[in-house]
Design a protein around this ligand. Structure first.
Ligand code: ZN
Length: 311
């Protein structure tokens, strides 16, 4: 789990606890009204406890009072058992009592909350459904089928199923329009989200708009995404190369984001229609080499083939 969502998770658990407390107080009131004898026993208990504190402060012997308190506690327990009275707050998660943790480790309910948060934040608009199971290249007789099939299995097995130990940090998928790049990127994002990995899918256009708002200090929903762009574990930028180049914004934020992400061992996946020389012209050698260095990058040759969007 990444720190980006800490505050939101804390707020969720604080409100869950407050709600449970409120409900239990309301229910306890009703309970006491219906069981006046029980109410009486609780008052005796409270009074005895007060007497013990008072006597102790005067240095008096409290053994008689203590015996009386033990007796009252016994009566309270007996009455509650006989009448099946429940005084535990109605926790949404009984395992962790809505604290989110069991023995210092995140409870299953917190994993679910976190899973919902990363899915809510996975894109600017809603993230299209496409999974590795939806890959149809295996049955297709088109030029890019074999290569795309291989890429699907690499992204599924070596990246998504082994995310923590995956040696690649940067991924570049370049190819002609409609060969199937976006579908593979979506399948990757959805598979990671299902495994609880924070994946963020953006078009390059959205990326630039986020940083344009941040740069001009606009307090927009887009600008608020800027930190997540740096912190998410897998950043996918689609339609790379189609974004406008704004002076002091586009290239500057692209480079600084990528550097920050690489320094923190975060993965970045770029899909582009531009070929090597077009990328070189537009972004320069230093940037391009980060996606082509085989030590930490996975990039394949320019993919050509049938345009699947035409039918
Ligand atoms: Zn729990």
């Amino acid at each position: 789990m990444i720190n980006y969502f800490n505050q939101q998770i804390q707020n969720i658990y604080a409100s869950r606890k407050a709600l449970a407390k409120e409900i239990s107080q309301r229910e306890n009131k009703v309970l006491l009204y219906m069981h006046p004898k029980f109410d009486e026993l609780l008052k005796i208990k409270k009074q005895t406890e007060l007497d013990i504190v008072k006597s102790k402060s005067k240095g008096l012997d409290v053994s008689t009072l203590q015996a009386s308190l033990d007796g009252t506690n016994g009566d309270i327990k007996k009455y509650a058992q006989e009448n099946n009275l429940q005084f535990t707050p109605p926790y949404l998660c009984a395992s962790c009592k809505d604290s989110g943790y069991i023995d210092g480790a995140p409870c299953e309910c917190m994993r679910q909350q976190y899973g919902a948060l990363i899915k809510e934040n996975a894109s600017i608009t809603s993230l299209a459904n496409f999974s590795f199971d939806d890959n149809k290249f295996g049955d297709m007789d088109i030029p890019q089928a074999k290569g795309m099939n291989k890429l699907y299995s690499i992204m599924n097995d070596k990246v998504c199923n082994n995310f923590a130990s995956c040696k690649w940090n940067n991924f570049m998928l370049s190819g002609a329009s409609g060969v199937g790049k976006t579908c593979l990127a979506l399948a990757t994002a959805n598979a990671l989200l299902d495994k609880g990995v924070s994946a963020l899918y953006l078009t390059a256009f959205e990326f630039v708009n986020i940083f344009l708002d941040k740069h001009t200090r606009k307090q927009t929903e887009l600008a608020k995404k800027a930190d997540y762009v740096s912190e998410c574990e897998m950043l996918i930028i689609d339609n790379f190369g189609e974004e406008p180049i704004y002076k002091n914004v586009t290239l500057e934020y692209l480079f600084s984001t990528l550097n920050k992400r690489m320094a923190n061992n975060k993965k970045t996946f770029i899909c582009t229609q531009l070929d090597g020389s077009a990328l070189l012209n537009r972004y320069g050698e230093a940037f391009l080499s980060k996606f082509t260095d085989k030590k930490y990058s996975l990039s394949v040759g320019y993919i050509t083939g049938e345009n699947l969007r035409k039918s």
